[in-house]
Write a protein that binds this ligand. Structure first.
Ligand SMILES: *[C@@H]1O[C@H](CO)[C@@H](O)[C@H](O)[C@H]1NC(C)=O
Ligand SMILES: *[C@@H]1O[C@H](CO)[C@@H](O)[C@H](O)[C@H]1NC(C)=O
Ligand SMILES: *[C@@H]1O[C@H](CO)[C@@H](O)[C@H](O)[C@H]1NC(C)=O
Ligand SMILES: *[C@@H]1O[C@H](CO)[C@@H](O)[C@H](O)[C@H]1NC(C)=O
Length: 447
């Protein structure tokens, strides 16, 4: 697999580990941004796609600049786009084999594309493996560089745009888009990899290796991703960074990607859930499942490609049983499940509150009893029709790779800040409690 065959398709069934030859390792260098304008932070609109429930980011790439919709993948390794269709740019450069950029991309081998030279098909280029993490499909592709342009921000509005002239990304074929939201042309990986968006953007502009996401629960109004430090202001003048509480981020020692080298850690973001409470009562769980073992199994990660939180079967059963019993105590009656949900209730006796439907609160207890990620009705309940609402958690079966995958619905309308330098996650209580939402960033430009 070292000389990557660009036609090779790998449907990744975990844990598929490709042993890849390491070539020359040069000094990792980063591409400085052009000009003297040094933004303090950057801002990207993120919209929820109504039919796939994927979160779609809007970025500008190429020369002349084209606006692209790409699916946001929190744990993804890098930006990859379809280079086969409509890729026109005067600044496209394939990354040469044995170059410093190839080393930064992980030295996954080199490839020669046999077709006529064009974006995604050149000779003696550095290879990598773009992955569609929705369908778990990976394929070999060329590493490339092109201009990436994003809006700067002062934390309150969009500001002048800032360009990274030689942003490193991966080229994928058109078929890799299958399963992604309509109108999208790739995926934006916000993972820990050295060519992930957070690392490249912070290196290009010398800002803190931090980023934040605030996903909107509305499919009509955009949420936001910030690269760099706060403030993160939402209308009407609510500074959400002030509400952050912190918990350590953990590195899973074993890669969770479709194709990876042996011994390579995961690029995804794991946190340490120690216990779970429903209405302040601890749910009995098998604690072994909550830690990451030496083979990389277990633990809790955060994912934007799972629409709902996925719990290993025994955790799912324990949490839903506790929830059903607490709901019954509040005279909320259970009704038949509505796929993909098994646990649904009549909306009779469920009241609307500022924090969503009045249902039992689920708390993820982190490093201590006082550091708790609270999930209120706004993030736990999904209305499937006017009379029925379901607990928005799904059963992950026995022996899943990761025991708890906190999915998109549970992330909406809270601010999450990932600090790669100090390896900690900042998270807020639902912003609904502070009378704002993730759709309230004022994208009006002051440029
Ligand atoms: C690609 O082609 C170049 C030039 O023909 C050759 O030197 C190189 O070994 C080839 N690389 C691979 C991986 O086949
Ligand atoms: C707890 O989970 C671990 C890991 O799956 C398993 O090996 C062990 O048997 C479980 N313990 C109990 C009491 O079910
Ligand atoms: C539930 O219903 C019973 C019988 O109607 C009533 O006595 C009780 O107060 C109700 N409990 C709650 C929490 O509403
Ligand atoms: C959004 O920002 C612009 C530019 O600062 C400002 O003029 C406008 O009033 C803001 N919108 C709201 C609703 O405050």
């Amino acid at each position: 697999m070292a000389s990557a065959n660009f036609k090779l398709v790998i449907s990744s069934i975990y844990p598929l580990v490709a042993v890849l030859l390491l070539l020359l390792s040069g000094d990792p260098t980063t591409c400085a941004a052009q000009g003297s304008f040094r933004p303090h932070a950057l801002v990207v609109p993120v919209t929820k796609d109504a039919s796939t429930l994927q979160y779609v980011a809007k970025v500008n790439q190429r020369t002349p600049s084209v606006s692209l919709n790409v699916v946001l993948d929190l744990g993804g390794r890098f930006l990859w786009v379809d280079c086969d269709k409509d890729y026109v740019s005067s600044t496209y450069r394939p990354v040469r084999c044995r170059s410093a950029q190839c080393s930064l991309a992980g030295n996954n081998g080199c490839g020669n594309c046999t077709g006529a030279p064009k974006p995604g098909c050149n000779t003696d280029t550095c290879a990598l493996f773009p992955e569609n993490t929705i369908t778990h499909t990976s394929t070999g592709g060329e590493v490339a560089q092109d201009a990436l342009t994003l809006s700067s921000t002062d934390g309150s509005n969009s500001g002048p745009s800032a360009t990274v002239p030689q942003f490193i990304f991966g080229c994928g074929p058109t078929f890799l888009l299958e399963g992604l939201a309509s109108g999208t042309v790739g995926m934006a990986g916000l993972g820990r990899a050295r060519i992930g968006l957070p690392s490249q953007l912070s290196a290009a502009f010398s800002f803190h290796k931090k980023f934040a996401i605030c996903l909107s629960s509305s499919t009509r109004a955009s949420g936001v991703a910030f690269f760099g430090d706060g403030p993160y202001n939402f209308l009407p003048n609510i500074e959400a960074a002030g509400f952050l509480r912190y918990t350590p981020l953990f590195i899973n020692p074993v890669s969770t990607a479709g194709v990876s080298s042996q011994g390579e850690p995961s690029d995804e973001y794991f946190i340490g859930v120690k216990s779970i409470k429903v209405n302040d009562k601890t749910v009995p769980l098998n604690a072994t499942l909550l830690t990451i073992d030496s083979r990389g199994n277990g633990g809790t990660k955060i994912s934007t490609v799972n629409p709902y939180t996925v719990l290993e079967t025994s955790i799912y059963k324990a949490v839903t049983e506790a929830f059903i019993s607490e709901a019954a105590a509040g005279n909320i009656s259970r009704v038949a499940g509505v796929a993909p949900f098994e646990v649904c209730f009549s909306s009779k006796n469920v009241f609307s509150t500022r924090l969503g439907p009045s249902v039992p609160q689920i708390d993820l207890v982190l490093q201590s009893q006082s550091v708790v990620w609270s999930i209120t009705g706004s993030n736990s309940m999904v209305y499937v029709n006017d009379n029925v609402l379901c607990l928005g958690f799904v059963n992950g079966g026995v022996n899943p790779r990761t025991s708890i995958v906190i999915g998109g619905y549970q992330l909406e309308d809270l601010l999450l800040q990932f600090d790669l330098a100090t390896s900690r996650l900042g998270f807020t209580f639902t912003l609904l409690g502070s009378r704002t939402t993730c759709a309230n960033f004022n994208f009006t430009s002051t440029a």
